[in-house]
Design a protein. Structure first.
Ligand code: ADP
Ligand code: MG
Ligand code: MG
Length: 247
């Protein structure tokens, strides 16, 4: 079973400390929601997890299945099984989507014996499910994608590449109700397959469809509250102010 451990993680952006000791463990088969007001550091956490160069880790550790990936390159993290939809570390402009998917899959699962035809049959099945046309496969990665296409492609990658742990930052922003339901359906399907999810969101909207078992609230760079679905419902009704006193 996979396990992502974030231990006392501290990080700065332009010498300003944003993450002030974040502790969080996400295991395969679990869905976690990370909520928090604007500016809390949610996207910073996601960016640090992927190894974005603008963010400096100043303390703590990120472990994936016991492997220390705190200072690993984005590619190494992806190969270790971490998937961050909002900032694909292995996308290469000018590369056809079909080539990209096959290559990335091979890198992640070198032991997998699925043949090319079977692989693309599966890709086409899921293309349809996420609402993309088959012609999409001949386009270049991220080349002129609309916002909706980009999100749908992210979901497609999440399904096809079969990562161990998935981090989604604001996947719900810019998605209409139908697309949101589709995302939620796919996540629930994956949920049954021992993939761990960390869903970062400001709003409770997407959580209605997904229903995470674990909810964490990040305020001013620290997780100030852990709970379950009830916590996200309370936040929807009362906002974040009642939590600030403990921050
Ligand atoms: P959230 O996603 O919770 O809204 P962010 O992680 O985006 O919060 O931002 C946390 C804080 O870090 C904010 O004060 C923001 O201004 C600052 N910050 C984030 N990214 C950068 C950056 N690239 N350069 C400067 N400041 C940043
Ligand atoms: Mg923000
Ligand atoms: Mg954000």
């Amino acid at each position: 079973m996979s396990e992502l451990i974030i231990r006392d993680l501290r990080a700065t952006v332009e010498n300003k400390e944003i993450l002030k000791g974040v502790n969080l463990t996400v295991r395969g088969g679990e869905i976690h929601a990370l909520m928090g007001p604007n500016g809390a550091g949610k996207t910073t956490l996601g960016s640090v997890l992927i190894g974005h160069p603008s963010y400096q880790v100043t303390g703590g550790q990120i472990l994936l299945d016991g492997k220390d990936i705190t200072y690993a390159t984005p590619e190494e993290r992806a190969r270790a099984g971490l998937f961050l939809a909002f900032q694909n570390p292995i996308s290469i402009p000018g590369v056809k989507i079909s080539t990209f998917l096959r290559t990335a899959f091979k890198q992640l699962h070198p032991e997998d014996k699925t043949g090319v035809n079977e692989f693309f049959d599966n890709v086409k099945k899921h293309l349809k499910k996420v609402g993309l046309d088959e012609s999409f496969l001949s386009r270049a990665v991220n080349d002129g994608f609309s916002g909706g296409e980009r999100k749908r492609f992210e979901i497609l990658q999440m399904i096809i590449l079969r990562p161990k742990i998935v981090v989604l930052d604001e996947i719900d922003s810019g998605l209409d109700v139908d697309a949101l339901k589709l995302v939620a359906d796919e996540i629930r399907e994956y949920y049954s397959q021992d993939v761990g999810f960390l869903i970062i969101t400001h709003y409770q909207r997407i959580l209605k469809n997904i229903e995470p078992e674990f909810v964490h609230v990040l305020i001013d760079g620290r997780i100030v509250k852990d709970g379950d679905k009830e916590l996200s419902l309370k936040i929807e009704e009362e906002g974040y102010d009642w939590l600030r006193s403990v921050a």
